[in-house]
Design a protein around this ligand. Structure first.
Ligand SMILES: Cc1cc2nc3c(=O)[nH]c(=O)nc-3n(C[C@H](O)[C@H](O)[C@H](O)COP(=O)(O)O)c2cc1C
Length: 364
């Protein structure tokens, strides 16, 4: 029955073509809409921005797992940044330490943006049961700093860097930008120190990867495909971590096989060894106000680095696992202290930028 055979062949070919087409789409999702949205979020600030536009800039701040754990309350000449409890990450951040740092990053970003448009901000921190960052906006000369210009360019660059040192003059600028009452910064550039810190990163990573609750929480914030990243406009998009963008379901399936202790440890070894150095931020005290101050200090450090063409990325495992953190504090020569952030820096090409939710979604 030749006709049937021909028809069957045709159907088979059609299905194969559809499958290849499907797989083609599946394996190479279109990044165009994602890039367009990432660029749109980072469009220049208006010359006379309203509070909404200032909030848009503030949300470009770094924040743990990109949960964007904030609400912005707007008044006449005042913006208050409050925590959004629904966006906590209780496993990796049980005491809201990272959350407070994220609020500090957003507050500092808003203050820099407002000052650049002639609205200098008086930033205060309420250290109650629930922290808040209050910015009273005044009137004054517009002060456009290189740090302000770097706000839409900054990113967490989680790739290998070029292995080259950073010039002492640049390090001095980064150190100066990070100056903040109640926060100290230690910079490590010697290879032996980087190796020692790598050991703490790997010890922390091993402990986290052995904790199913940590892995489940992290996985819940990973966005494997650009469509899903666009739909939620939050979380950790895989391409921002140097992993391929996959259709969401394929990424979920591949996760267990790809995300292993050994592979992560290898990745961190390459990343730390190719970095020019590592910055460790430690506050004098362990309260909300000091953690917010760490966020302010870190954000200015990251923006100054960005202005110099230097990338930054967190490697916070040594401060996220309490037992490792204690050993790390002793290694730092500060037994009993609580080191807050570990950030590597160096030069590398840009990676895809992360997304943020629209301003309307973060208003209190
Ligand atoms: C307090 C805090 C902790 C963070 N911890 C990590 C971390 O351990 N590993 C990591 O890769 N990124 C970490 N980040 C970076 C965030 O994931 C990143 O800021 C967020 O995904 C948004 O991306 P962007 O910085 O490129 O804008 C941290 C950021 C903050 C503010």
């Amino acid at each position: 029955m030749p006709r049937r055979t021909t028809r069957r062949r045709f159907l088979k070919a059609g299905l194969a073509a559809a499958a290849v087409g499907g797989a083609g789409y599946a394996l190479w999702p279109d990044m165009g809409p994602y890039r367009a949205e990432a660029d749109r979020l980072r469009r220049p600030l208006a010359t006379e921005p309203d509070l909404h536009d200032l909030v848009r800039f503030a949300t470009l701040a770094p924040n743990g797992h990109n949960t964007q754990p904030w609400h912005f309350r707007l008044q006449e000449a005042r913006v208050t940044i409050l925590p959004d409890p629904s966006r906590r990450t209780p496993v990796v951040d049980p005491d809201d330490h990272h959350l407070c740092i994220s609020l500090g990053c957003a507050g500092e970003t808003l203050a820099l943006a407002a000052a650049a448009r002639g609205r200098p901000a008086d930033l205060r921190v309420e250290d109650g049961a629930s922290p808040s960052v209050d910015l009273a906006l005044g009137r004054g000369p517009a002060t456009e700093s290189p740090l302000f210009a770097a706000i839409p360019l900054r990113q967490s660059t989680r790739s290998d860097y070029d292995g080259q040192p950073v010039a002492p003059a640049d390090l001095a600028l980064m150190e100066r930008a990070a100056r903040q009452d109640g926060v100290s910064l230690a910079l490590f550039t010697a290879p032996a120190d980087r190796e020692a810190i790598l050991d703490y990163v790997i010890a922390g990573n091993d402990a986290q990867m052995d904790d199913p609750a940590f892995v489940t929480e992290l996985r819940g914030w990973i966005r494997f495909g650009p469509d899903r990243a666009l739909a939620t406009a939050d979380g950790l998009f895989s391409a921002c971590s140097g992993n391929p963008a996959l259709p969401e379901r394929l990424g979920q399936l591949a996760f267990g096989a790809v995300f292993t202790k050994e592979r992560e440890a290898d990745r961190y070894a390459g990343q730390l060894r190719s970095s020019a150095g590592i910055a460790v931020f430690t506050a004098d005290r362990t309260d909300h106000a000091h953690w917010v101050a760490v966020g302010q200090s870190f954000q200015r450090f990251a923006l100054q680095a960005t202005a110099l063409g230097i990338r930054t990325a967190h490697v916070n495992q040594p401060v996220e696992v309490p037992a490792v953190r204690e050993d790390f504090a002793r290694w730092l020569g500060a037994p009993g202290a609580r080191p807050d952030l570990v950030v590597r820096f160096g030069r590398a090409p840009a990676m895809p930028m992360s997304l943020r939710r629209p301003v309307e979604a973060v208003l209190a």
